[in-house]
Write a protein that binds this ligand. Structure first.
Ligand code: PGA
Length: 255
């Protein structure tokens, strides 16, 4: 029998949210998580780093998890404008996203850079959510499998385990566009990711590692996506800015 992985619904607020979001979004979600305890999923929000502290104060010991959207690969030092993994941890984060396609594109982050960031996260006991995914041109060229495989092999630290990493498959062409791959395409890439992970960290760890799908997840498509065998939750951008939509997506995870 295959291992039962607990779903994770993660919200990536990106560069959105001022102080008024704290109560209206994080506060509402924290209340929902607590009122529905025990939930059949974990819920994580990754707000801008500027909001981590006020959110932590507000949600306190709630079951709502907090994470960062990126971290620097170094522990500390002369890196103006950057944030270390330890700083995120200090503000109550348990997770950090690394290698999001917006970072890979906007800041030329290579697999090596992403791997170093993931290593920095693991170094302070943060779980690294490592993002991979092909562009539209790569899908059209038929090289999705090669691209995702090399991103996995190149971005995952040697000490990765099912406990300290999560993989998010986010086809770049599906992010913020309203387009999503077919169920078959998503499952195919998730199987490939699990197999590649198996080669790298061992079959048992790979079987237990959570693989999220991301890219235009919304209430109307969440059930069919979350129902796929190798999809263990979602990384949600736009729809995570609405507490109602985000909660509906989370409730779509199979029990
Ligand atoms: P989206 O973003 O849900 O708005 O498509 C997903 C992401 O970038 O993580």
């Amino acid at each position: 029998m295959s291992f039962k992985r607990r779903p994770l619904i993660a919200g990536n607020w990106k560069m959105n949210g001022l102080l008024d979001f704290v109560k209206n979004l994080a506060g509402v979600l924290a209340d929902k998580v607590d009122q529905n305890d025990p939930t059949h999923f974990d819920m994580l929000i990754c707000p801008p780093a500027t909001l981590l502290h006020p959110i932590k104060i507000l949600v306190g010991k709630s079951g709502l998890l907090l994470g960062g959207q990126d971290c620097h690969m170094a522990k500390s030092g002369a890196h103006t404008g950057d944030i270390s993994a330890e700083m995120l941890k200090d503000l109550g984060s348990s997770h950090v996203i690394v290698g999001h396609s917006e970072r890979r594109v906007d800041y030329n982050e290579t697999n090596e850079v992403v791997k170093s960031k993931a290593e920095a996260a693991l170094g302070v006991n943060l779980t690294a959510i490592i993002c991979v995914g092909e562009t539209e041109a790569e899908r059209n060229q038929g090289i999705t499998v090669d691209v995702v495989k090399s991103q996995i092999l190149g971005s995952i630290p040697e000490r990765a385990t099912a406990e300290n990493i999560i993989i998010a498959y986010e086809p770049v062409w599906a992010i913020g566009t309203g387009q999503t791959p077919t169920k078959g395409q998503v499952q195919e890439v998730h199987v490939l990711i699990r197999k590649t992970l198996g080669d790298k960290i061992g079959l048992k760890e790979a079987e237990q590692t959570r693989l999220l799908y991301g890219g235009s997840v919304k209430p109307s498509n969440a059930i069919e996506l979350m129902d796929l065998n190798d999809v263990d939750g979602a990384l949600v951008g736009g729809a995570s800015l609405s507490p109602i939509d985000f909660w509906v997506i989370a409730e779509s995870c199979p029990k």
